[in-house]
Write a protein that binds this ligand. Sequence first.
Ligand code: AMP
Length: 171
Amino acid sequence: MERLKKLIRDIPDFPKEGIIFKDITTLLSDKRAFARAIDTLANRYIDRKIDLVVGIESRGFVIGAALAYRLGAGVILVRKPGKLPYKTHKTVYELEYGTDQLEIHEDAISPGQNVLIADDLIATGGTVKASIDLVKKLKGNIVECAFLVELEFLKGREKLNGYPVYSLLKF
Ligand code: AMP
């Protein structure tokens, strides 16, 4: 895991001053590291009867789709407003300044399906909290929220009302 952590590149002051952006593209492009990361995450859920993996736009699509394939699950997309073509449910969530929205197709999940939520990184937890709300609206059974990276000092997992969180690489 230390090798994987070293493959994540810090970009200071991106997208704005004061933020250290964790650039995972340098891990994704390393074939052994990418396989190791996905296999380690997937092994955790192999016996959990996951029906669907939710990928959160947009790096979450990469992690979510790879995990879904390994788990023999379907993959569904949580997207920024106006991107999904069919009827959607929307949720508004807080950003550092102002608010943003996420959407899911209203028929993406059947009640009781076992859902794993995936994203590349949990920071303050606002994005995944909004995604949890969307999955709950569709009555999906949230098994866990899985991340490649967790920025522990931001305490994002405390925002999730007890929904289980797992992250591979902690900073
Ligand atoms: P949050 O809602 O604060 O947990 O932010 C999570 C979302 O923003 C994820 O989709 C991340 O890709 C992105 N993100 C937030 N902070 C960072 C960071 N420091 N480095 C890379 N991505 C980040």
